[in-house]
Design a protein around this ligand. Structure first.
Ligand SMILES: [Zn+2]
Length: 190
């Protein structure tokens, strides 16, 4: 018997945090292969249609740090390029954030919003999403004075989480009825 064995304190487990705590969030459904069939389908569709590849290319060119996020998404943080004028935007399964990784993950509502855009890429068979989105944004800009409030894609993704005013609220008058310099939100999430 090793004499030193008696010096090892009895482990009651009281002083340790629960084993699951360091992995909180990572064990949650959606991480590392625990995707729903729909999330898996979206992931595969956006790989095959090239949109996730474009997102990764953009993330690499903009020197962001990419990490795996929930539900098959990839989080590219510290995006610094000037365009688009948004705190976050989505290309395929890649969500690009201006914020650091911790801040990006700390806003589940925004992440859900961007995730819906990711699903929209899959529905649009990938890159056709981009021209369709710009047409919808142009229509919204003309109708409401901002690119989101009457934009089909933003309405589906959730206007509030995207930082867009709800129709009928200040900042959403049709262009033809707007005063110059009317109040508009400072930034959108795209
Ligand atoms: Zn959006």
């Amino acid at each position: 018997m090793d004499a030193d064995a008696e010096d090892i304190p009895t482990d009651t487990g009281a002083s340790r945090p629960p084993l699951t705590s360091p992995w909180k969030g990572i064990d949650a459904p959606g991480y590392h292969g625990l995707m729903t069939p729909g999330q898996r389908l979206r992931q595969i569709a956006n790989i095959l249609n090239g949109s996730t590849l474009l997102g990764l290319l953009l993330a690499a060119c903009a020197r962001t740090s990419v990490s795996s996020g929930p539900r098959g998404l990839l989080i590219a943080s510290r995006y610094r390029w000037r365009l688009p004028f948004a705190a976050a935007f989505t290309v395929g399964n890649v969500i690009l954030f201006r914020a650091g990784p911790d801040t990006a993950r700390a806003d589940p509502a925004l992440l859900r919003h961007e995730e819906r855009h990711s699903t929209q890429y899959a529905w649009c068979l990938g890159l056709p999403f981009l021209p369709l989105y710009f047409i919808a944004a142009g229509w919204s800009l003309w109708r409401t004075g901002n690119p989101g409030s009457a934009n089909f894609f933003e309405r589906h993704a959730g206007l509030e989480a995207g930082g867009y005013p709800l129709p009928g609220t200040p900042g959403t008058s049709p262009w033809t009825h707007r005063r110059i310099g009317a109040a508009t939100p400072k930034r959108y999430e795209a």
